[in-house]
Design a protein around this ligand. Sequence first.
Ligand SMILES: CC(C)(COP(=O)(O)OP(=O)(O)OC[C@H]1O[C@@H](n2cnc3c(N)ncnc32)[C@H](O)[C@@H]1OP(=O)(O)O)[C@@H](O)C(=O)NCCC(=O)NCCS
Length: 441
Amino acid sequence: MLLEQQNTTTTYQLGDGLCLRFATVDDVEPLAQFNGRIHGDDGFNPFVAQATREFTSPAHPYIGPDNVTLVEDSRTKQIVSSMCLIPQTWTYDGVPFEVGRPEVVGTDPAFRRRGLVRAQFELLHAASERAGHLAQAITGIPWYYRQFGYEYALDLSGGRWVYPELIAPPPADEVEAYRFRAMTIADIPLAMQLYELACARSLIACRRPGWWWQRMLTEVSPNSADYRHFVIVETPDGQPRGYVAYSLDFGGTEFPIPELNIIAGEPLRAVLPPLSRWLKAIAEPEMRQRGKPSFVLSFKVGAQHPAFEAAPDLFHKVRRPYGWYVRVTDVPRFLNDIAPVLEERLARSGLAGYSGAIAVTEYVRGFRIAIERGKISTEAYAPDEDVNAWFPPLTFLQLLFGRRSFEELDDAYPDCFASAQVEPVLKVLFPKRFSNVLPLG
Ligand SMILES: CC(C)(COP(=O)(O)OP(=O)(O)OC[C@H]1O[C@@H](n2cnc3c(N)ncnc32)[C@H](O)[C@@H]1OP(=O)(O)O)[C@@H](O)C(=O)NCCC(=O)NCCS
């Protein structure tokens, strides 16, 4: 496909009467219907349809039609494939970087396996790079997105289950120690503070400005896939102690609780029983209505969480994380942007003041991390005989984003290794670190 004169009004002919283009305001409702149909597990998904109405609208603050592509059959004027890109800012140990998040990827069954999604990725990747995004990240079906340059480089959700049948009843004749109410805009400062603290525990995190909270509480439709029910946890006399979020956009039998942030010092062991009872009371009728009387409360709050530390016995099963697919085409640029973090790691280690070079080959590309008395700079590098660290294609991203340690990669891939001199430097620069990224949707 020719992308030279790319702008959001260009139409690309893909052959067979199929045209690829960015969406316009006229596409909002047809696209809502298309996405609702394609992304409905058991029929039409009204949550995805409503999210599409909102994100394709020119009024959307960060997506809008210019970030939505579609393929139209010019003979029937029907939309046959579509996806979107959600721009957002993530942080790497506090250092911001821009990300484009492809989402709502779907093709009509009659038009699948003709490269329609591949063509849209080409367009949106180019748009993402032009917008200055250093990475793209997507949550999605197994293996598929590897074809477009992505690697499973970050944990995605994970957490623990609570079986409703095992939740203790409330103590007789006692008022619950906590009560729950919908979050309001007056609670935003507390929510932001607690969210920031949660981000500080996560190597990679997504920024949520104040306007995001305001919009979530006042503008996003509760019928949208992007909506979260934010609930304040407070004492019986109305003192806010934290917040929890649940979502009603789910399939299967896991009732999702993607966020739980309680102020430091509040006894989590005391919060969890009333919270579980309250969530069970919310989930039960919802699940009954969906014909799923047997369900679990799924605290999808990441593989690590203060609640799991405080009260492991109040959770009944570990839910292992899936993975974010991440794509970084310019690894040297990314490493240069986060150099202050890497320099700090080095300075705090036994390798403080180190000088040397890590010449990395990923077999299909390479880069050289030059370290001069602890100052780090990286440039692209055509791998040659001076290489001293070897990673099979894209696996370096698992190390960069802290998902796997160097030892784990070395164990998993026979073609991953490093010289005795640089192995300790790699370990200091890229330690394994927990992440739980809650993206902008
Ligand atoms: C998955 C889906 C989006 C693929 O759309 P598509 O238009 O058929 O995709 P493309 O033809 O552009 O796929 C690119 C390549 O992947 C292949 N491919 C398509 N579907 C695939 C699948 N499910 N698994 C593996 N490979 C697949 C194609 O053959 C093509 O290969 P090629 O470029 O070597 O010829 C489509 O099947 C769909 O809408 N599924 C239901 C909704 C869904 O699951 N969306 C993804 C949510 S994360």
